[in-house]
Ligand binder design. Structure first.
Ligand code: FES
Length: 106
């Protein structure tokens, strides 16, 4: 039995993302918001499921990002829309290797 290895790719370096903010990155053609909250990095889909706003520009705090367009809030940990469990966006593992921030999408 074989498993698909998780492939981490470097998307940014330490200092590229500042506390309480995000930047847009792309991993294997997927638009991802790389966000730092309380010293922790998170990677989530950079596309609000409401009307498509970039979540990398959202307001960050308490392990959530709030979309700047109409205020939908998402968990940075598991991508849940916090006002209703019926919508969930993608979240991805992040690791730091030296000064490189790496994200895996599979
Ligand atoms: S586009 Fe994000 S809340 Fe409307």
């Amino acid at each position: 039995m074989s498993t698909v290895p998780t492939r981490f790719q470097t998307v940014a370096r330490i200092g590229d993302v500042t506390e309480g903010a995000g930047i847009p990155v792309e991993v294997e053609g997927r638009a991802i918001a790389l966000i730092m909250d309380n010293g922790q990095y998170y990677a989530i889909d950079d596309h609000c499921p409401h009307q498509g706003a970039p979540l990398c520009d959202g307001m960050v705090g308490e392990k959530t990002v709030t979309c700047t367009w109409h205020g939908w809030r998402f968990s940075l940990e598991d991508g849940r829309w916090l006002d209703s469990p019926r919508i969930r966006i993608g979240t991805y593992p992040v690791r730091v290797e030296g000064d490189e921030i790496q994200v895996a999408v599979n």
